[in-house]
Design a protein. Structure first.
Length: 163
């Protein structure tokens, strides 16, 4: 079914899985990225690897966030040495991810940002909030970007739906 695809997204009975297929090419960076994001350790991992690669021990989690923002939201070509260095750190760890991001941004660098906003909106409004509204129509919820706010005592239920 997905044999001719480089990247395939499958959604089966509420269980999300990404299948990476392409003539033996190594896509372990995608798997590593998804693992770190799911574990909530992505920025810490990026920091740890950046310290190893550069020998600079004063790097911070906040700087890693700026690195990710640079990768996601800046133009592919830049004359800024700082932005180039940030992109190199990410590219060294996630070469296939970077290649896809650069392809998406090749015509217009804002395309990736718009795509990510649409995905976030789909997940939070059309899936999570809609399910909560269907299952618990009396429960007050408010969406704020990638968060859902509810009343005290309902946090566990909302977290369960979000997982």
């Amino acid at each position: 079914m997905y044999e001719n695809c480089s990247f395939s997204y499958m959604y089966e009975s509420g269980n999300e899985e990404v299948k990476l297929v392409d003539g033996g090419r190594d896509y372990s960076d995608w798997q590593r990225l998804m693992e770190k994001v799911k574990q909530g350790t992505f920025y810490e991992y990026l920091l740890q690897e950046a310290v190893k690669a550069t020998g600079k021990t004063k790097l911070t989690r906040e700087l890693m966030k700026k690195t990710v923002f640079t990768v996601f939201f800046s133009e592919n070509e830049t004359t800024s040495r700082l932005m180039q260095k940030r992109k190199e750190i990410f590219r060294d760890l996630f070469p296939n991810v970077m290649r896809l991001f650069e392809l998406i941004k090749s015509q217009q660098h804002r395309t990736l940002a718009l795509l990510l906003q649409n995905i976030e909106s789909e997940i939070f409004l059309n899936r999570i909030a809609r399910r909560i509204a269907r299952e618990r129509p009396d429960l007050p919820i408010f969406t704020i970007h990638d968060s859902i706010v509810t009343t005290v005592g309902n946090e566990t239920y909302v977290k369960m739906i979000m997982r």
